[in-house]
Design a binder for this molecule. Structure first.
Ligand SMILES: Cc1cc2nc3c(=O)[nH]c(=O)nc-3n(C[C@H](O)[C@H](O)[C@H](O)COP(=O)(O)OP(=O)(O)OC[C@H]3O[C@@H](n4cnc5c(N)ncnc54)[C@H](O)[C@@H]3O)c2cc1C
Length: 442
């Protein structure tokens, strides 16, 4: 049972106006609760943020797969059904990206910022928060690059140390600087033509590989210990595993036929559209910690990129998160401090969509707490429930932030054929979600 709020008319506080923070603010306001949303930009920027807008995407412009048979596609559908602002913004600002949902990042962030600025129940305060008041309903959504003072305040409150490791940013090139006599447009297996493909023959790949291996990297700082996500490995780290590792990874040519030769190239670097106008493209899978000058030199060895204009180069960044299992409840508040909620990447999920999803849940529950209603947890078979299951799974040995995946869901009946498992997960999840939504409305 919750103690009554010491100041029931006070608004809830949300710290951080990223994907999780904007979604949380929207959800709380939709429930008639006043929100104070603190965002330190533009007074202070993390090493990866550049725009004063809320909901900035710091790296890829893709919110990943759309299909319901894919766990992240299902998560997006659940969010849509719960009235997600992030999903509405993505829909309004999408750019072509095959089977993925990609957005024009400027338009996306502008949509989110505009929606909250126009929401009378939301007050946006452009200040860094450096302390936490555990007596008031507060959502911490300061992300993987939380300011040092806030991370320290959080570590003090939770008693646990915050951990950090690395993510890496991929470079972006200007479309009009590409050599289109070499580059061809196609999606894998001929389903659409959303990607630009740079084909390597064997000698070109050998030269590229040699240069990549010899290129200078940004030295690590003394306190930095390299721990990468397998799904977001720097290109050079992956390449160091073997001469052909990239050909089986981000440079895989399968399903792509070069119309200039009529053959499948030895390797292919793919470029994904970055903005709505199609003037910018990012190098898919080219997250890197090479020095800037080295990136330009090495990546210009990619056929078609000889004269590429790099409008953004790759880089590496710290990533802060709390070891949530044991600390957080399935309502996303701390067991010891029930008024303090975590949302977004700092709660121990990974990815834009997952971060926004945890903001959505924290927003619902913070609003319910402010309104003296019992808190809610999504059913385990939903994608939302699967993520919460990860954050609260005390059996996990080495807890790491995780993307949503069907491995986190309760198992399906054994007789479900492998090919139909995605669809079966989706059907079960959406039925459970519907029942849960009805319960919440009662
Ligand atoms: C370099 C990098 C690249 C990434 N690339 C991808 C990717 O390509 N695809 C993907 O799906 N995920 C990616 N991620 C992971 C993650 O999904 C994103 O970081 C996502 O934006 C996290 O959402 P969030 O809301 O938790 O944090 P953020 O979106 O980072 O939002 C946090 C906000 O809090 C503000 N803030 C921080 N401290 C304070 C404070 N003390 N007071 C007030 N405001 C504060 C920040 O300015 C920021 O606006 C990446 C992460 C990093 C670090």
């Amino acid at each position: 049972m919750l103690k009554p709020d010491p100041c029931p008319s006070s608004p809830i506080t949300i710290i951080g106006g990223g994907l999780a923070g904007v979604e949380a603010a929207w959800q709380a306001a939709r429930r008639g609760v006043r929100v104070r949303l603190y965002e330190m930009k533009p007074r202070r920027f993390s090493p990866a943020h550049q725009s004063p807008l809320l909901g900035e995407l710091v790296c890829s412009n893709s919110l990943r797969a759309e299909a319901l048979e894919n766990a992240v596609g299902l998560l997006k559908e659940e969010m849509r059904r719960l009235g997600s602002l992030v999903m509405a913004a993505a829909q309004a600002t999408r750019v072509p990206a095959g089977k993925a949902l990609a957005v024009d990042r400027e338009a996306f962030a502008a949509h989110l910022t505009g929606a909250l600025e126009q929401e009378p129940l939301v007050e946006i305060i452009r200040e860094e928060v450096t302390e936490l008041d555990t007596r008031r309903t507060t959502i911490v959504a300061t992300g993987p690059l939380s300011s040092a003072a806030l991370a320290a305040a959080l570590a003090q409150v939770t008693g646990s140390e915050h951990l950090h490791f690395y993510d890496a940013i991929a470079p972006i090139v200007a479309a009009d600087s590409l050599d289109m006599s070499k580059v061809f447009r196609a999606s894998r297996y001929g389903v659409g033509d959303d990607y630009l493909n740079c084909p390597f023959n064997e000698e070109e790949y050998a030269a590229f590989y040699e240069a990549l291996m010899a290129a200078e990297q940004v030295p690590l700082k003394s306190f930095e210990e390299p721990r990468y996500f397998e799904g977001c490995l720097p290109l050079e780290v992956m390449a160091a595993r073997g001469y052909l590792t990239l050909v089986y990874g981000p440079l895989k040519p399968v399903g792509l036929i070069d119309p200039h030769t009529g053959r499948q190239p030895f390797a292919v670097a793919q470029l994904r559209q970055e903005n709505r106008e199609g003037t910018l493209y990012n190098l898919v899978g080219f997250q890197t910690k090479l020095k800037y000058g080295e990136q330009e030199r090495v990546f210009r060895l990619i056929p078609g990129l000889e004269r590429a204009e790099f409008v953004r180069l790759g880089s590496i960044h710290r990533n802060t998160f709390i070891r949530s299992p044991g600390l957080l409840s399935s309502h996303l508040n701390f067991r010891e401090y029930p008024r303090l909620f975590l949302a977004g990447q700092i709660s121990g999920v990974e990815g834009y969509v997952e971060s926004a999803a945890m903001g959505l849940l924290a927003g619902i529950n913070a609003a319910r707490q402010a309104g003296q209603k019992p808190l809610v947890a999504p059913p385990r078979p939903t994608a939302l429930g699967a993520l919460v299951g990860h954050l609260t799974n005390t059996a996990t040995q080495d807890f790491q932030p995780m993307n949503v995946n069907f491995g986190l869901f309760p198992p399906l009946p054994e007789r479900t054929p492998k090919k139909l498992r995605g669809a079966a997960h989706a059907a079960r999840a959406l039925a459970e979600l519907e029942a849960w939504q009805k319960e919440m409305e009662e």
